[in-house]
Design a protein around this ligand. Structure first.
Ligand SMILES: C[C@H](NC(=O)[C@@H](N)CCCCN)C(=O)O
Length: 411
């Protein structure tokens, strides 16, 4: 097999699947770290006296730099200008620094210390919450950028072949990271005497391993480049700043961006607050409360590549996205109706949510290279992620506020 890889990168099936595996493992580690604190909310309340607003603020930190400092869009431009190898290494570096700050805040800062500052009026915040949120904000810059980098890498290696299936596999690895983030942190924290910081440290070590797998991709991608250069196939179209305006002019691009904003803003905050929901509304006992939400990423592990391969063979991406969106409306209606409160209803709703959460991404991400040329793809994905990040930042804040105002949990 190694011989085959050495002979011809561009035509070797094993080479492109190894690339996919290496990059997807890096993504998986990032996804684990993104949600590592979600199941530890109870401990944060118990040990550090965080309230729902603190937790919501921390989660909204995810979008601060990506949205307001436009870091995500710059990330996309860096990707198109300087390439996936450089951008990937930079992204993992930024993630490590961000998560290091978060680890310090949670593991070593005095939870009772507060800071006063001015932001649209005088504010007082827990220093620990602020530092953890800033670390998370920085981490998110690297994490979002590795997401667009991975998409562009998969398109480069799989275009004209089983692209949607490969993108679906990449998303499946990411969901595995989310699943592990829902399942592992609580047992790890408990095994280390209710230590909230140990799962973060565990994630950092995982991410270092993810960095190593990314280095393997770099070696293979360099060889692909030199092979293409020898064949006179080097990419000569270069990204220019004004290309951003040609992306803006594509109407289908805006439809995808809008769906991405609404769809992900509805699904991802669910992951953050789902444990609370199944305890509060569906009466599931504390230690089982992580199980029902964890069905969501498990289902998507299988379904996203499956729907991707259907899309590769049959097309119909727009219909898949419409069906996924309709299912989402049904699921949230179920979550909202007060008398739907049996645990089995929660299981069924989460399964349907899993189908929706597979249908939409499996059609959405491979649709982008159909409307955007490859040298603008990093920027286009970045713009879609940027629009999406408004929802990812705003909705958890809204939920945290609503829970504190009308929820039943003690603050
Ligand atoms: C591949 C795609 N990624 C994204 O949408 C990112 N912007 C990350 C958003 C989720 C944050 N936990 C996906 O996950 O489908």
């Amino acid at each position: 097999m190694v011989e085959k890889i050495q002979r011809k990168m561009s035509e070797s099936r094993s080479a492109r699947w190894i690339v996919l595996l290496m990059v997807s493992l890096t993504m998986m580690c990032g996804y684990f770290l993104t949600d590592v604190l979600a199941p530890l909310k109870g401990l944060l309340i118990e040990l550090f006296h965080w309230d729902n607003t603190d937790f919501g603020l921390f989660n909204s930190g995810y979008g601060w730099f990506n949205i307001f400092l436009l870091m995500l869009i710059f990330g996309g431009m860096v990707l198109d200008k300087l390439g996936a190898r450089f951008t990937g290494v930079l992204s993992v570096g930024v993630m490590l620094v961000g998560i290091g700050i978060k680890y310090y805040a949670i593991g070593f800062m005095d939870p009772s210390r507060t800071v006063d500052f001015w932001f649209f009026g005088a504010q007082t915040l827990k220093a620990q919450v602020l530092a953890a949120s800033l670390g998370y904000a920085l981490f998110a810059v690297g994490y979002e950028t590795i997401g667009i980098t991975a998409n562009k890498i998969v398109v480069r290696w799989f275009k004209g072949r089983e692209l949607a299936f490969a993108l679906g596999m990449n998303v499946a690895f990411a969901r595995m990271g989310t699943f592990l983030a829902l399942a592992l942190p609580l047992p790890i924290a408990k095994a280390f005497g209710n230590s909230v910081s140990t799962p973060i440290l565990f994630g950092m070590i995982l991410l270092l391993l993810g960095f190593l797998t990314f280095l393997v991709y770099i070696v293979m991608d360099r060889r692909l480049d030199s092979e293409r250069a020898q064949e006179g196939l080097a990419d000569d179209e270069r990204f220019r700043f004004r290309d951003i305006f040609s992306i803006f002019r594509i109407r289908a691009f805006w439809y995808i961006a809008l769906l991405c904003l609404l769809f992900y803003a509805a699904v991802h905050p669910f992951v953050k607050f789902a444990v609370d929901l199944v305890v509060q509304k569906f009466g599931v006992a504390g230690e089982y409360s992580g199980l029902i939400p964890s069905l969501l990423p498990v289902g998507t592990l299988v379904l996203t590549p499956l729907f991707g391969s259907i899309y590769d063979r049959r097309g119909k991406g727009a219909s898949m996205m419409i069906w996924g969106a309709l299912m989402l409306v049904f699921v949230y209606a179920g979550f909202a109706i007060p008398w739907v409160d049996h645990w089995a209803a929660a299981v069924v709703l989460v399964i349907i949510l899993g189908v929706a959460f597979s249908l939409v991404p499996s059609a959405m991400w491979p649709s982008v290279p159909k409307i955007i040329p490859e040298h603008e793809l990093g920027t286009a994905y970045a713009l879609i992620f940027w629009v999406q990040n408004w929802g990812l930042a705003g909705v958890p804040l809204l939920i945290g506020w609503a829970l504190d105002k009308w929820g039943t949990l003690p603050p």
